[in-house]
Design a protein around this ligand. Structure first.
Ligand SMILES: [Cu+2]
Length: 222
């Protein structure tokens, strides 16, 4: 076969291939191959970008599910004489509703200047299940002689010992401010109780101590 003949054969093959692939000319095939060479890296970059977009769009939902929730609640302790019910101090409100899986900052304003020491050896003078401050200072217990009330939740293993308010002065009453920070996880209804004998009767355990809305109430976690 002559060189021209070989050329013609190759040329003819190219033309046949061109028609088969694109229905066009050999120049069209070369153009197609060139554009494919450009297209492959472009596609790879595109896949990488889509992957990056997917991973970045999934990260906010992850951070949302772990976002910590902090709630602030407050209760006020009033004396019996303040509510015209002598001998019956009360927590107001006595019931709280808290979101589960949250950190709770509970502030208790105690206007009661009376004390009700615990029985000897009682552990309700110790802070349990969270961190407590009294008028801004951190405490881990309150001397038994200086206990006014407690906020105790056996079902959550919480105990908040509460000292009395200052003796009322010329400008009236000022509260002792107790903050207690704790975590709640599981939903449920938990009963709280004051464990200091601040109620009526010879032992101080009657009246408000056993009456919901005074020295006992509920925490609803939902
Ligand atoms: Cu009490």
């Amino acid at each position: 076969m002559s060189g021209k003949g070989k050329y013609s054969l190759l040329k003819r093959k190219e033309v046949i291939m061109a028609k088969y692939v694109s229905g066009g000319t050999a120049r069209g095939v070369r153009r197609k191959v060139r554009s494919l060479k450009l297209l492959v890296p472009t596609l790879l970059i595109g896949v990488a970008l889509v992957g990056a977009a997917c991973s970045s769009s999934s990260s906010p939902s992850t951070s949302q599910s772990t976002k910590p929730v902090t709630v602030h609640e407050s209760m006020t302790i009033l004396t019996g004489s303040m509510i015209k019910h002598p001998g019956w101090p009360m927590f107001s409100p006595a019931d709280l509703t808290l979101p589960k899986d949250s950190t709770v900052v509970l502030t208790i304003y105690n206007y009661d200047d009376g004390t009700a020491p615990l029985s000897a050896g009682s552990l309700f003078d110790k802070v349990q299940g969270g961190t407590e401050t009294v008028n801004g200072s951190a405490v881990t217990s309150i001397p038994n002689a200086n206990i006014s009330h407690t906020f105790t939740v056996p079902g959550l293993s919480l105990n908040i010992p509460i000292p009395p308010a200052p003796t009322p002065g010329a400008n009236g009453r000022t509260p002792t401010v107790v903050t207690f920070t704790f975590k709640v996880t599981n939903a449920g209804t938990y009963t709280w109780q004051c464990e200091a004998p601040c109620g009526t009767g010879p032992t101080g355990m009657g009246g408000p101590m056993t009456t919901a809305g005074y020295m006992t109430g509920s925490l609803v976690v939902q």
